[in-house]
Design a protein around this ligand. Structure first.
Ligand code: ATP
Length: 286
């Protein structure tokens, strides 16, 4: 195996996110669709004589190389299971905006597990890593395989789905981040009964992209709009510029728009760029 090992940790969007109810353990019961996109962080894994070292050059505030970083947490869980394994230096390059609803931290954690499994030749694979992933966060199990998938429970129970058609996207992330607990705790989420997920799945089998775009749904959107009204404006602008559909990503505040082509995505992105705002032209990946 060529070393150092490099892995991409992709971001995700949720074309459908339904909040079904509140659970006795304080979490919410969800039904959601996950889709990986071509915006990614990079992780490298290099052997060391001993110990665990983590570096995140130019790390955005709040995710420095300390114990709260999900990469370090994932590595500690993995190496706790295999104490006989020798050392590793993990380097993370962040491209995915933090606390943006794009799942960057969860994807980094899953990539760390996959990278260590590969480097130390422990042969666990996504299935063998699932329990460790669940301990790290609700979105982490999805990123062990990526692609298109249905999530239930807290989002950690994953059913892989056939790949969606390639979709050109514009992502717009306002300057301010939104912590996920604040969005759930706002009391403004809209509860539904799973019908949006079912409709989306039916249309994705039978019809084309424009139908998919018309079936986007996110029950957290009213909460995100209330906490950060700029997100409502971004969605409106995306639709006015001809996006086939637009939706807040997860708990936000990033909003994605579905473009008709890569050129259309680039032309929308040019118009929405502002100082402080981050705008990406990207695409879904299988
Ligand atoms: P979620 O919806 O899972 O809370 P998100 O997609 O909105 O996440 P992330 O970028 O994953 O946002 O960050 C969530 C929190 O996780 C951040 O506030 C950050 O402090 C913490 N965190 C820990 N490790 C990382 C990492 N490697 N990358 C990004 N955030 C991290």
């Amino acid at each position: 195996m060529p070393l150092p090992l490099t892995r991409k940790a992709p971001a995700k969007i949720n074309p459908v996110l339904e909040v079904l109810g509140k659970r006795p353990d304080g979490y919410h019961e969800l039904s959601l669709l996950f889709q990986t996109i071509d915006l990614h962080d990079l992780l490298t894994f290099e052997p060391l004589a001993e110990g665990l070292r983590f570096e995140c050059p130019g790390a955005p505030e709040g995710i420095g190389p300390d114990g709260s970083n999900l990469v370090l947490k994932a590595a500690e869980i993995f190496l706790g299971k295999y104490p006989q394994k020798k050392g590793v230096l993990i380097r993370l390059t962040k491209n995915i905006p933090v606390a943006a609803g794009l799942g960057g931290g969860s994807s980094d954690a899953a990539s760390t597990l996959l990278g260590l499994d590969q480097m130390f030749e422990t042969g666990l694979g996504p299935e063998g890593l699932r329990e460790m992933a669940e301990r790290l966060g609700s979105d982490v199990p999805f990123f062990l395989r990526g692609g298109t998938a249905l999530g239930t429970g807290r989002g950690e129970k994953i059913t892989p789905l056939p790949s969606m058609p390639g979709i050109d996207l514009v992502l717009v992330k306002p300057e301010q981040g939104l912590p996920t607990p604040a969005v759930y705790g706002s009391g403004k989420a809209r509860f539904t009964g799973g019908e949006c997920t079912r409709q989306f799945l039916e249309l994705s089998r039978e019809k084309g992209l424009s139908y998919l775009a018309g079936s986007l749904f996110n029950g957290l959107e009213p909460a995100t709009f209330a906490l950060l009204p700029e997100t409502w404006n971004i969605k409106r602008w995306l639709l006015e510029m001809g996006a086939l559909g637009a939706l807040v990503c997860g708990s936000g505040p990033t909003v994605f728009g579905i473009a008709r082509s890569p050129d259309h995505a680039r032309s929308i992105a040019e118009k929405l760029r502002l100082p402080g705002r981050r705008v990406f032209v990207t695409r879904t990946i299988a």
